[in-house]
Write a protein that binds this ligand. Sequence first.
Ligand SMILES: *[C@@H]1O[C@H](CO)[C@@H](O)[C@H](O)[C@H]1NC(C)=O
Ligand SMILES: *[C@@H]1O[C@H](CO)[C@@H](O)[C@H](O)[C@H]1NC(C)=O
Ligand SMILES: *[C@@H]1O[C@H](CO)[C@@H](O)[C@H](O)[C@H]1NC(C)=O
Length: 502
Amino acid sequence: MAVRLSHVLPPAVLLVLAVVGILLVVLPAREMKTAPDNMYGIVLDAGSSHTSMYIYKWPADKQNGTGIVTQHDECHVKGGGISSYAGKRGGAAKSLEACMQQALNKIPKPRQRQTPLCLGATAGMRLLDIVNSTEAQRVLKEVETKLRSYPFHFKEAVILSGQAEGAYGWVTVNYLLENFVKYGFIGQWLNSGKETIGALDLGGASTQITFETPETVEDKSNLMELKLYGKTYKLYTQSFLCYGQDQFLRKLMAHLIKTQGVRSYVLHPCYPRQFNTTIKLGEDVFNSPCTKNYRPAKFDPHMNVTVVGMGDYDWCLADVRTMFSFSNCNYSKCSFDGVFQPRVKGSFMAFSAFYFTYSYLTRLTSIPITSPNQTAKAVRLVCGMNMAEMVEKTKQEERYMKSVCAVSNFVQVLLTQGYDFDEVSFPTISFQKKAGGASVGWALGYMLSQSNLVPAERLGLMKAMPSGPWAGILTLFILLLIFALGYILVIYRKARTNQDLV
Ligand SMILES: *[C@@H]1O[C@H](CO)[C@@H](O)[C@H](O)[C@H]1NC(C)=O
Ligand SMILES: *[C@@H]1O[C@H](CO)[C@@H](O)[C@H](O)[C@H]1NC(C)=O
Ligand SMILES: *[C@@H]1O[C@H](CO)[C@@H](O)[C@H](O)[C@H]1NC(C)=O
């Protein structure tokens, strides 16, 4: 018995050693291989009406930050925009929790620490900053503290300027359409040689127009020079605060109340006929810096007013027009409100609320929105529809449908009279929500500029060992395993023959 154990022990030890050795070599190597070869980035688009989170990804071995960034995931925060939590401590931070949890689930753990995380707030926070700057800073700080509590690489939580918002939207559009560069077959980035296209963005509290122009930009605050992939682009960009769809609707309501007088009801030419609703003078109309000029000297902010829909296209269009000023231009030409604008040039992509308006108009009327004439025809038809018909055709809630006529007229006046798109240039506008699998908006452009700061990894650093020595060590352990197994077999046979002899 004692003799047998001393015979079996050495090969058994060798066997265990070989198995452990093989596991040690193979297991971590496999982990290395499944380790994500993508980098990730998170942008929180803190808009006036809601916050959206976008997760982007790109190959870790990207060159010069030109890696092809694609959208990995998105999440829409429940409730209002972060500016709606003014005066409600903790509310803005708490609202982001569900989406941040989703980010934790969607980004591989080993990558989380390297994942840049930034929040850009737009016109809703610009307005809060005008009303109460200390409160705006408090909300931003609160959100920043929350974001820092996650394992991601927090970069910033800031209010973007209107120019930055416009320019990032333009970068997004042209990046998605691959207008900057293309990857040549010899593995080099080449200038695409394509024309860039302009960006039209319509948010809740502001609207942006951005395009490349050869003309002199007479107001330097509209000029943006971007250097991308070695080429300099001269952009015209303008952001109109209070011309987002929600703030425009407020201004229109304030204008109607001002002209009709403060009383228990107000006739609304743009609401569907026979549709009534109730609003509060303070929170629904005058509690915004955008309606300051319409505010009556004395009014009760808690007063309820019944809005009575008239469904009158011509009246609606006339009132919408009065919200724009087409006089007093101190430059060679202006869009409206005394703002300089060169002639629109090239093709355009219109996204966000421009897309939704376009989509409602085409679904309700089946008229293709490709010229100012067709737009007018479609908007006239929509303004004459009743609520039941609109809800039936779009399967959307009344609260969205009640404003389709007003917003369509607003978009019509903004594009054709404001920006001056005509029968020739209007057809170049394409209305889109997504391109190349990504949502069209400023968030991707913002991410692209931030991702330049993420150091590119070289593939060679990803492996634990160069593959030559690694394979050698593995072969060695396998040989050891075979040797140990063979040794055990020999001993076993010897023992059997000894037994047979006995
Ligand atoms: C990377 O950037 C350098 C200078 O910043 C430039 O010379 C080089 O061509 C770039 N390479 C690629 C592949 O874009
Ligand atoms: C602004 O917000 C702060 C709280 O951050 C509040 O104490 C202050 O009264 C507000 N100011 C105005 C003018 O509303
Ligand atoms: C809407 O309000 C007006 C004025 O108050 C009223 O005459 C009308 O009957 C109301 N219509 C509906 C459908 O409630």
